[in-house]
Design a protein around this ligand. Structure first.
Ligand SMILES: [Zn+2]
Length: 436
């Protein structure tokens, strides 16, 4: 019930946002950057996405409620038991049964979600000119995704359950340590083994853009190991850039779509913003905040472990609940937590938006840190232009409800960012004049 309330709360924000898509004029600050045609297209795309989001959230909610109402969890648990028995093992093997159960449950939610994913890719994205995925690519991605989820999920789950079983009520610090090690491992595993299954990363060719980024990175002493271009255009014409890696060895990845859509100066400004995240250690800070969040969740978990009333209230039959499986207790415990997760999500978004402001300001102040780089006027201008280009090419929404934005967005809106860039330039030029 609480979960339904929280998703109704989140979705009524989307409904509240809908009238924005009927507006016929862009916000004044964007008026000169968007043609009437582009604005119309972005409104139509935004409207389609918002409607889809409302319908798919409700659909997901109905599905989840149906699974609970019709005792889907205990059914999946029995199916896992039957499959395990066929392999010659009894119900005392809780960990293998939990892994099979998780796979059954995964399919139970993934298969009904398929029509929605197909509709999103081949109808909505296609209609607005973004889809580059072929049906064959869609299905190979799907199968690869399931394969990767199982290959990583199964050993992860086995370790997770073993730790809970071994540590009992003292599980929080041990699970924390395990999750931290797992996250660190993924930093290594994902780019080396998983991402190549889906995308091709090739070194960014020598030239103007490459040398600009290398100069920028070395000026900031950013430990740049590899500079890649990724074939994002294989699936979609949406654009992006990001960095990843361990503290002493970082990789920058730029989408081929971004390179195609923007000038080298604009891509450089986007990278200046990205390196701002690194300079202020934003990923590390976010990791820290999420560790605190994980710890507080784990710390309250023990009382829910092996709690028959909890299982009964979720239609889990008592005879099975007599020895409740750890995984099921954990899943139900997480469901109870979901309203708090909505609040935590909003707090995380607020932190992330603050970091975005800081990274924008960093790009503007780049000249102070790397002599020879463009000053605030030029860099602010380029970043603003780059953001507008990305926004226009991606047909991102231009009118956003503030409350909707607070709930859903990890980035400030384009209007807010452009306004802040202008204010920043003004403040900086006043300060320079004062110095003179
Ligand atoms: Zn950013």
């Amino acid at each position: 019930m609480e979960k339904i309330c929280s998703s109704v709360f989140l979705e009524q924000r989307s409904i509240r946002d809908l009238p924005h898509f009927s507006k016929t004029e862009p916000p004044p600050v964007l008026a000169k950057h968007l043609t009437a045609e582009e604005f119309k297209k972005s409104q139509a795309y935004g409207r389609d996405k918002a409607r889809f989001s409302i319908i798919s959230t409700l659909y997901g909610q109905i599905l989840e409620t149906a699974i609970i109402y019709f005792s889907g969890y205990s059914w999946a648990w029995s199916i896992a038991g039957i499959l395990l028995a066929k392999l010659g093992y009894g119900s005392e093997y809780e960990i293998p049964q939990s892994i099979i159960f998780a796979a059954v449950l995964g399919l139970m939610s993934a298969i009904p979600a398929l029509p929605l994913e197909l509709y999103q890719t081949f109808v909505i994205e296609e209609r607005h000119g973004f889809n580059k995925t072929t049906p064959l690519l869609f299905f190979t991605d799907l199968v690869k995704g399931w394969f990767v989820a199982f290959a990583i999920g199964a050993p992860f789950l086995a370790a997770f359950l073993s730790i809970v079983r071994w540590a009992g009520d003292r599980l929080a610090p041990w699970l924390m340590a395990f999750l931290f090690v797992f996250q660190m491992l993924m930093i290594f595993i994902y780019p080396n083994w998983i991402q190549p299954l889906f995308n091709k990363l090739s070194p960014l060719p020598e030239g103007n853009l490459r040398s600009k980024i290398e100069t920028l990175a070395s000026g900031l002493q950013f430990p740049l190991k590899h500079l890649y271009e990724i074939d994002g255009s294989k699936r979609s014409s949406h654009s992006n850039a990001y960095f990843f890696g361990l503290p002493w060895s970082k990789h920058i990845v730029i989408f081929d779509t971004l390179i195609k859509q923007s000038s080298p100066e604009e891509v450089e400004a986007v990278l200046a913003h990205e390196l701002g995240h690194w300079y202020y250690m934003h990923p590390t800070k976010l990791l820290l905040v999420s560790q605190i969040n994980i710890f507080s969740i784990l710390a309250v978990f023990p009382p829910f472990l092996r709690s028959p009333p909890l299982l009964e209230s979720f239609n889990f039959p008592y005879k099975v609940a007599a020895k409740p499986p750890i995984l099921i207790s954990f899943i139900l415990f997480q469901m109870i937590l979901s309203p708090t997760e909505a609040v935590i999500g909003m707090i995380m978004n607020a932190i992330s938006r603050k970091f975005e402001w800081e990274a924008d300001a960093f790009a503007c102040e780049l000249q102070d840190k790397v002599p020879g780089q463009a000053g605030v006027e030029t860099m602010g201008e380029r970043l603003g232009q780059a953001l507008i280009t990305i926004h226009v090419k991606n047909l991102s929404t231009v009118w956003v409800d503030w409350l909707y934005s607070a709930v859903h967005h990890s980035h400030p809106t384009l209007t807010e960012r452009l306004k802040a860039l202008d204010e920043f330039k003004l403040k900086k030029s006043k300060a320079i004049k004062k110095e003179l």
